[in-house]
Design a protein. Structure first.
Length: 388
């Protein structure tokens, strides 16, 4: 099997997907805008061959790279990056080279929030009121129906980039005065705790691994207000959340892919869909999958890709939390004090690259416990600041 992986060196830990593909017998062909000798040794060892392109957004260069790989190795069987930013490029390349996976005719449903909203409704999942509004006048008409506050976000966007909370007419006018030249969707603001339903499906759309997470707040608040963030996979998934998540997986026809579906919990058994991402959850969450269930999700994904299915039993033995720290704060407890108090629970401490720090902090602690109360205790200890 020939598998092309875009940017195997970014994010840093994604080379593990390539490594396990290679271990499973696949020919792993990497494409990146970095020279081979600039790649870390772990990345170089994880790919069969590396092809450098000047820029990853140079589509013609990517086509030439795939043409070269096809000439050298034969038909390309799969192509992926597991990265939301490249979904559209991947779909176009699959069209041009007749590769299995999400194609051009299905990309809008997983990239455009307005299309996601229709699919959620088809799945029978509640959504926030809203629509794409190209003008200030149409936005006012919508907000006359929904009221304030509201959220304005790019119809096609990644994370919370260029996302704004609107609390009144002044915010709305200011937004349209400075709005980037792309389609925006405005939705009623939904108050609630963010949960996600996450997992992996096989070639037939059967879920072979799943979990759920709860978040301290949304990425919009984390980024725009420069807050701490913490999030935690749950040992026990709320039944109503799992039911809605499974309905979404079926309706979106998720096949041979990771999924990350976000919801607001508005009451104990009530959820409103936020968005769907056909990729692993961001940050270091794939590592947290492993620590929470004592599995190797990188190997599981590779085996699923190369065999079409997967039968690996697992148990959610732990809650495994990520808690961020930011350089701008003065903390009550030093790193040494954290490790002295809770080192037995720590599984990883990460120094976060700058491109991710607005969402994930400048440092991230990953720790696990079978007891949710201890997870909350450790999170508070890590994030307690002198400022209070």
């Amino acid at each position: 099997m020939n598998v092309v992986f875009l940017s195997p060196h970014f994010p840093h830990h994604y080379h593990r997907f390539c490594r396990e593909l290679k271990n499973a017998g696949a020919t792993v062909l990497g494409i990146a805008d970095a020279a081979y000798d600039q790649l870390e040794s772990d990345v170089r060892e994880a790919v069969t061959e590396h092809y450098r392109v000047p820029k990853m957004d140079d589509y013609d260069a990517l086509v030439r790279a795939l043409g070269y790989f096809t000439h050298r190795y034969g038909k390309i069987d799969r192509l992926d990056s597991l990265n939301e930013h490249w979904l559209g490029v991947e779909a176009a390349l699959r069209d041009d080279f007749n590769i299995v996976g999400v194609r051009g005719d299905g990309i809008d449903a997983i990239r455009r929030k307005s299309h996601m909203k229709r699919k959620f409704e088809e799945a029978g999942v509640p959504v926030a009121a809203g629509r794409v509004v190209p003008s200030l006048g149409e936005a006012r008409e919508l907000l006359a129906e929904t009221g304030y506050p509201a959220v304005a976000k790019p119809d096609t966007g990644v994370g919370a980039l260029d996302t704004y909370r609107l609390d009144g007419e002044a915010d709305l006018v200011r937004f349209f005065d400075h709005k980037p030249p792309v389609d925006y969707i405005i939705e009623a603001f939904v108050a609630g705790t963010i949960y996600s339903f996450d997992g992996l499906t096989d070639a037939n759309g059967r879920i072979v691994y799943h979990t759920a997470h709860t978040y301290s707040q949304g990425i919009m608040e984390t980024v725009n207000e420069d807050r701490h963030v913490s999030y935690c996979p749950l040992r026990d998934i709320p039944p109503a959340l799992e039911q809605l998540g499974r309905q979404c997986v079926e309706t979106f026809a998720v096949k041979e892919r990771f999924f990350h579906i976000e919801f607001f919990q508005t009451a104990p058994d009530a959820y409103v869909a936020l968005e769907v991402n056909m990729r692993p959850p961001g940050g270091y969450t794939t590592d947290m999958f492993n620590y929470a269930a004592d599995i190797d999700i990188y190997s599981m994904w590779a085996q699923m890709i190369t065999s079409g299915s997967l039968e690996i039993p697992y148990l959610r033995n732990y809650h495994c939390c990520y808690a961020s720290r930011k350089n701008r704060y003065t903390y009550r407890n030093t790193h040494a004090q954290i490790m002295d108090a809770y080192g037995q629970c720590m599984v990883q401490v990460a120094s976060v690259p700058g491109i991710f720090s607005s969402a994930l902090g400048d440092a991230g602690y990953m720790f696990r416990s079978s007891e949710l109360a201890q997870i909350k205790e450790i999170t508070e200890f890590i994030q307690a600041t002198e400022e209070g």
